[in-house]
Design a protein. Structure first.
Length: 249
């Protein structure tokens, strides 16, 4: 019995040792395979080298900056002046105002006047006269005049011929009165000259003599066109009233 027990214990020890050896072999085998796999050098596939043609590097083109198109600057339009006339829109109602600027007396404009006298101071008749004036400084104008008329005496078939010629000066009142425009020009002035009185009959019953004369006038000029107008004067001289036409140069 004791020997059988020892024999069983020996068999059990043998089985245990066999299992232990197999377990160690199973554990060491994967490590061996792993180390073997690591130690094997990596084999590259043999391939013939292919030579590629050398390519020339092309430098990229420099980009030229393109100027941005900018709109042309808009010129500032001048503000409309008093002489600028705005065109109305079609169908729009509008009111037009006609205004005139004051004429400049320093423009040296020349006025030629031709007129007819009424209510003569010596004898009778209708005087015909011509005068010329030139604008000077400070609202003054200077010039000259000549007038002629005939006074007939029916009883003795005679009469007188009168001729007035001399210089005249006028002061224009428009600026002082604040009424002067390019169409209306009031003025006052005086004249100084020589009067010729000639008797054309056999007897001299009138007693008119030649000599110096002094005249005064108050008048106004009305321009109904840029170069053409009319004038009217009252005063003392050839006649009490004088009316006529004016031409501007």
């Amino acid at each position: 019995m004791k020997s059988f027990t020892q024999l069983a214990m020996l068999a059990l020890a043998f089985v245990c040792s066999t299992d232990l050896a197999m377990a160690q072999q199973s554990v060491r085998r994967p490590a061996t395979q792993t180390s073997t796999a690591v130690r094997k050098p990596a084999q590259r596939p043999a391939a013939s080298p292919v030579r590629r043609p050398a390519t020339t590097a092309v430098a990229p083109r420099a980009q030229v900056p393109v100027a941005e198109a900018r709109p042309a600057p808009v010129e500032a339009q001048p503000a409309p002046t008093s002489q600028t006339v705005a065109r109305p829109q079609p169908g729009a109602r509008y009111a037009t105002t006609r205004s005139y600027s004051r004429p400049s007396r320093s423009s040296h404009a020349v006025y030629l006047n031709a007129g007819l006298g009424l209510a003569t101071y010596y004898g009778g008749g209708l005087p015909l006269g011509v005068s010329v004036e030139v604008d000077a400084k400070n609202n003054f104008s200077v010039g000259g005049s000549i007038d002629y008329y005939r006074y007939a005496n029916g009883y003795y078939s005679g009469g007188y011929n009168f001729v007035y010629f001399g210089g005249r000066a006028s002061y224009h009142l428009g600026e002082a009165m604040n009424v002067q425009t390019s169409t209306f020009d009031p003025y006052v002035g005086a004249s100084l000259g020589f009067r010729y009185a000639g008797n054309s009959g056999y007897y001299d019953y009138g007693g008119y003599n030649s000599g110096l004369f002094v005249g005064l006038h108050l008048g106004a000029r009305f321009m109904f066109a840029p170069k053409v107008g009319a004038f009217a004067e009252v005063g003392y001289g050839v006649s009490a009233v004088k009316l006529g036409l004016t031409a501007k140069f």
